[in-house]
Ligand binder design. Structure first.
Ligand code: NAD
Length: 351
């Protein structure tokens, strides 16, 4: 396992607990010195778990978080199996560069979302971290309470939180906002999530005239321009009433849908907060600046975080490492549906 070199990347692909499990299964584990420090794991802990410190690129399987940089590609050997988030839909050139080394690569984003592969589902494990963290960010940026307070100095109403997109991150955001005592409304274009939203104690926002937009694999399809307009119109009143909006809406392989137009931000009260988890894919809010937090002229704070899981590097790495462990335990049988699904480069050829 190499030390991650990408900007803002503090996670690692293996944690000491997972090294111990790999050793128990008689795998050798080589860790680059200092690799886990940013995620709270010291070299001593890795060595105590049975790893040796050395050149991680000499291993048969190289486990990473971020896609390899140019400097890392030089170290990637022909015949090696590389595992990590490789952004196969967003960066075809990156895949071609991996292929040119003669290596084989498995993209964690491509693990099929079937029951048998749940323990390897790194998109879900990291989305859980993002959804949780997004609400904590909102709660500190908001200069209002989340819960209702009845005190001798008066009564404070609870914050109104709107969560747009109720996949893995959105549901976690709803649950976290509820735990903090906010009144939460959730919305998604897949009607299957209505019950999930309600079971967390939130209200499901119904948009009249908008049918179910579930597509293959449980993901959403892109809405038509007419449907997008119906959605924006219906939601704008609710947006205006919200103290906090957390957006998580994504459509695989497409830019993030623009759910919050500038006109809706203008309707929000000064001091309200938008945390846009889709910032990396361009943002769900028209005014999001990816990687920045700023306040609009109307006093609304917009946060466009990049790589949120990295801000909770210790637990994000612990979950990710368990995903990697499950994949390694499966063995690299390229006829297996899961391995086949994740394989994006096979022996030097883009699949
Ligand atoms: P995602 O990150 O691709 O998208 C986040 C959410 O945004 C989704 O719920 C999507 O419906 C929603 N969305 C897209 N466009 C929208 C719009 N215009 N307005 C409002 N919401 C919009 O999705 P995800 O969280 O990775 O997962 C989505 C679904 O995949 C899950 O809810 C589940 O059905 C399925 N899944 C299955 C497994 C499994 O079986 N192992 C694991 C994880 C997820």
């Amino acid at each position: 396992m190499p030390k991650e070199t990408a900007a803002r990347e503090r996670r690692v692909a293996l944690v000491p607990d997972v090294v111990r499990r790999l050793r128990a299964a008689e795998h050798e584990v080589i860790v680059e010195a200092g690799a886990g420090l940013a995620a709270g794991a010291t070299d001593e802990q890795y060595v105590a778990a049975g790893a040796s410190l050395g050149d991680p690129w000499a291993a048969e399987v190289v486990a990473k978080v971020a896609p390899p940089s140019e400097a890392e590609l030089v170290k990637l050997r022909s015949g090696t199996i590389l595992v990590g988030f490789l952004n196969p839909l967003g960066d075809p050139d990156g895949l071609a560069a991996i292929a040119a080394t003669g290596a084989t690569a498995l993209a964690m984003e491509r693990i099929p979302r079937i029951s048998r592969a749940q323990s390897m589902d790194a998109l879900s494990s990291q989305a859980t971290v993002s959804g949780y963290r997004a609400v904590l960010i909102a709660s500190t940026e908001l200069e209002r309470f989340f819960p209702m307070f009845m005190t001798a100095a008066g009564t404070v109403p609870p914050a109104q939180v709107l969560v747009l997109g109720a996949g893995v991150a959105g549901l976690q955001a709803i649950a976290t906002a509820r735990r903090l005592g906010a009144v939460v409304t959730g919305f998604d274009i897949r009607s299957a999530v209505k019950e999930q939203i309600q079971s967390l104690g939130a209200r499901f926002f119904e948009v009249e005239g908008l049918g179910d937009a579930e597509a293959e694999g449980g993901y959403a399809r892109e809405l038509t321009p007419e449907e997008q307009q119906i959605q924006r119109d219906a939601l704008s009143v609710q947006m205006g009433k919200s103290d906090v909006i957390v957006t998580t809406a994504l459509v695989p392989g497409r830019p993030a849908p623009k759910l919050i137009p500038a006109s809706a931000v203008e309707l929000m009260k000064p001091g309200s907060v938008i945390v846009d988890l889709a910032a990396e894919a361009g943002g769900n809010c028209e005014l999001t600046r990816p990687g920045e937090t700023y306040t609009t002229d109307g006093g609304v704070k917009i946060v466009g975080p990049l790589n949120l899981p990295s801000e909770m590097a210790e637990h994000a790495s612990a979950l990710y490492a368990r995903n990697i462990l499950s994949l390694i335990e499966l063995g690299f049988d390229f006829e297996d549906e899961v391995v086949k699904g994740a394989c994006v480069v096979r022996e030097g050829k883009v699949v």
